[in-house]
Design a protein around this ligand. Structure first.
Ligand code: GLU
Length: 316
């Protein structure tokens, strides 16, 4: 027995929590699995709990959530407590919307998607921002729109056009805050509202996700301040791209765990491939956790070429 073994530390109680929050619209591909792995690594390496939340307010494919969870478990990720379902948390979302409405911070919007696309953005407004068409409707105009039977979305009456956040990988990031949708025309809470309410309510203080969501983050962080909620720490990680530098998609082939297993790979090999894309040789989560250094993460997208990987793993 080695004599220099340090005395066993008492178990560390998790401080805060990280999470992975997939939308159950289909199978996770390697890019999603890699983001989940990173979220797990960031949480576990900082003594945080790791929570799983299915974001099922939008398009849901039957059985997808279950397959996503099974795939995450198969590559060796674990999470704490029961899996949360966003659709079961809507009372909380609506309570937050009601608080904003009571404070005069919302308005009804009757615009169709098409009208928003066609409306020129306000002369000095930021690109891609809602042009504010319904922001200052008179009572009569509002009544007329309602009478037309147009379903109303509820938007934030934002007091700012920009907000700055700090990201672990991107540093200070300033981005657009417009009058974004809080409640969709069908009455369902919108993603930007639900994510803020759920993260805070679940004690999540670390958000690790794909950097396609970085532009939405100033909106979310600003909304958190309006609701008096603490904004989490953010780390937006690079996406996986295909050979044409486009976001990886199912049609790129051999991109889901099921695809890889069907080719004869073991989950451990798929894990090793994900770890390899992050610059590590580990073949399981515990080994990778011991080596993980967020500051060394690649800042560039992982270019995934199914053909190369097939050769690399030595499978036909
Ligand atoms: N549900 C979102 C997605 O799958 C992620 C939301 C988030 O991580 O904040 O794209």
């Amino acid at each position: 027995m080695p004599h220099d073994v340090a005395p066993k530390q008492p178990p560390v109680r998790p401080v805060g929590a990280g999470r992975f929050a997939p939308s159950p619209s289909g199978d996770l591909h390697l890019g999603n699995l890699r983001t989940a792995l990173l979220a797990w690594l960031f949480a576990r390496s900082t003594g945080r709990a790791f929570l799983m939340r299915i974001e099922d307010l939008d398009r849901v494919r039957a059985g997808a959530a279950e397959r996503q969870l099974a795939d995450l478990a198969a590559i060796g990720l674990d999470w704490d407590g029961p899996v949360a379902r966003q659709s079961e948390r809507q009372a909380l979302h609506h309570a937050a919307i009601d608080r904003l409405t009571a404070a005069g911070a919302t308005y009804e919007c009757y615009c169709t998607r098409r009208e928003i696309q066609q409306a020129a953005t306000a002369p000095h407004g930021p690109m891609g921002a809602y042009p504010g068409t319904c922001r200052d409707l008179t009572d009569a105009e509002r009544a007329a729109r309602r009478a037309e039977g147009r379903p109303a979305a509820l938007r934030l009456r934002s007091q700012t056009t920009e907000f700055e956040i700090v990201d672990e990988l991107h540093g200070r990031y300033r981005g657009v805050v417009d009058d974004f949708v809080l409640r969709r025309g069908d009455g369902i809470p919108a993603y930007n509202l639900a994510v803020v309410v759920d993260d805070a309510d679940q004690g999540i203080d670390q958000v690790v996700r794909g950097d396609d969501l970085l532009p939405s983050t100033p909106r979310q962080a600003y909304l958190a301040t309006l609701l008096g909620l603490p904004a989490p720490r953010y780390a937006h990680v690079p996406l996986v791209l295909n050979r044409e530098n486009k976001r990886l998609a199912k049609r790129d082939g051999a991109v889901t765990l099921a695809d890889r297993l069907a080719m004869g790979e073991a989950p451990r090999q798929v894990f090793a491939m994900l770890a390899g894309s992050l610059g590590y040789t580990a073949t399981d989560p515990a080994e990778l956790l011991a080596e993980f250094r967020p500051e060394d993460l690649p800042r560039e997208p992982w270019i995934f070429d199914a053909v190369d990987v097939v050769q690399f793993t030595g499978n036909p």
